[in-house]
Design a protein around this ligand. Structure first.
Ligand code: PLP
Length: 391
């Protein structure tokens, strides 16, 4: 029989059942697991047999979630954490030491920016930001002590697209570890490991849960690197709870369906916004007007659920638009079933200087929409009425 599709394998892959043989896997709410005898306990601690020991680093629900993520991403191994930021910090903490240098795309998630600029320097780890559209700048940013390349694609909220095939080659040529935050695309839209990324990491809070319920994170990729991340996290403790792992694992069963619908709705909204005179730029990877449309078409199966646009008129116009929405939620999350609108300049990115914001594409009137699973017609209608009434 031909090898099954990753979606099929991920859905059918399941943690061990209890003696009741339930169809849906139970939640293993336990801090530790018992051994039959001293020899079994010794062998488990020596890593000679694979079985759960203690839920800080081994739990069947967490294992199932990680195994499913590995199938979807085409990865050898993985580790799940309590949040996306725990996955980001666990990766840097495990793989970088004092004196190491990271080259990263300039537009990164807000807390990741704080890690680079305020927290990692306290441990002697430095970084250089580069612009993803300027490939020369990557080579210029390299130093003798550069160890790791870090990118998000598409970026948030500027919706820039990084050329993963190019970056994979670049990382190999310079023997650097390439880490991709694949949170916005998810593995059903883009699989960075196939382009030469060593690790792909996620905030499980976003599309992986996809229903605005739990916070979680995961990193998957090369076994050798994951072993180091496992050791770091086993000893520092950012464990994912069994219940959250159980939810995230169930959510993966519908990830492909959800991403297809998110992407269809977002493309429809992007086209409608682009046709309006009171909207300046619409940023969406699969609009032909996107500066990296050709790359996006190659490396993304669909366009994803996030788009951004510039309301003509600046900061006040952006805020007025949010106040006129009747259906869309105003909330900090993204990747929910419900459509969410945010105004980055006055909220998530308010602590940056205006100059820093502009460098990552956040103009005063920029609005980010996380397009949900409501009917496209209703999403478009709410956003159009809000634009009409905010002039
Ligand atoms: C939300 C997010 C994170 C952080 O994830 P948490 O689960 O909130 O800790 C990291 N990267 C990206 C791109 C995100 O959107």
């Amino acid at each position: 029989m031909a090898e099954q599709d990753p979606q099929t394998r991920s859905i059918r892959l399941q943690a061990e059942r209890s003696p009741h043989k339930e169809h849906a896997v139970p939640v293993f709410v336990t801090s530790s697991f018992v051994f039959d005898d001293a020899e079994e306990m010794r062998a488990a601690f020596a890593d000679e047999i694979e079985r759960p020991i203690y839920s800080r680093f081994s739990n069947p629900n967490v294992r199932e979630f990680v195994d499913r993520m590995c199938v979807l991403e085409g990865a050898e191994s993985g580790f799940a954490m309590a949040s996306g930021m725990a996955a980001v910090f666990g990766t840097f903490g495990a793989l970088c030491s004092a004196g190491d240098h990271i080259v990263s795309c300039r537009a990164v998630f807000g807390a990741t920016h704080t890690l680079f600029t305020k927290i990692l320097p306290r441990f002697g780890i430095t970084h250089t930001y580069v612009d993803v559209d300027d490939t020369d700048s990557w080579a210029k940013a390299l130093r003798k002590n550069s160890r790791l390349l870090y990118v998000e694609t598409p970026t948030n909220p500027g919706i820039d697209v990084v050329d993963l095939a190019w970056l994979g080659e670049f990382a190999r040529a310079h023997e650097l570890i390439l880490v991709v935050d694949n949170c916005l695309a998810t593995p059903v839209i883009s699989r960075p490991i196939g382009y030469g990324a060593d690790l792909s990491l996620h905030s499980g809070t976003k599309y992986i849960d996809g229903q605005g319920r739990v916070v979680g994170g995961v990193v998957v990729g090369k076994r050798k690197l994951i072993d180091d991340i496992y050791w770091f996290c086993r000893n520092t403790g950012p464990a994912l709870s069994p219940f959250n792992a159980w939810l995230l694992s169930r959510s993966l069963e519908t990830l492909e369906l959800r991403m297809e619908r998110h992407s269809e709705n977002a493309l429809e909204l992007a086209r409608r916004l682009e046709a309006r005179a009171d909207v300046e730029d619409v940023m969406y990877p699969l609009l032909p007007s996107h500066p990296r449309y050709e790359i996006a078409k190659q490396q993304m199966r669909w366009g994803g659920g996030i788009l951004a646009f510039k309301a003509a008129g600046g900061i006040e116009q952006g805020r007025r638009f949010l106040d006129r929405l009747r259906m869309c939620s105003l909330t900090a999350n993204l990747g929910d079933t419900r459509t969410i609108a945010t105004h980055p300049a006055s909220t998530t990115h308010a602590r940056m200087s205006e100059e820093e914001r502009l460098a990552v594409g956040i103009t005063p009137g920029l609005v980010r929409i996380s397009v949900g699973l409501e009917s496209a017609a209703d999403i478009v209608a709410d956003i159009e009425q809000a634009l009409d009434r905010s002039k």
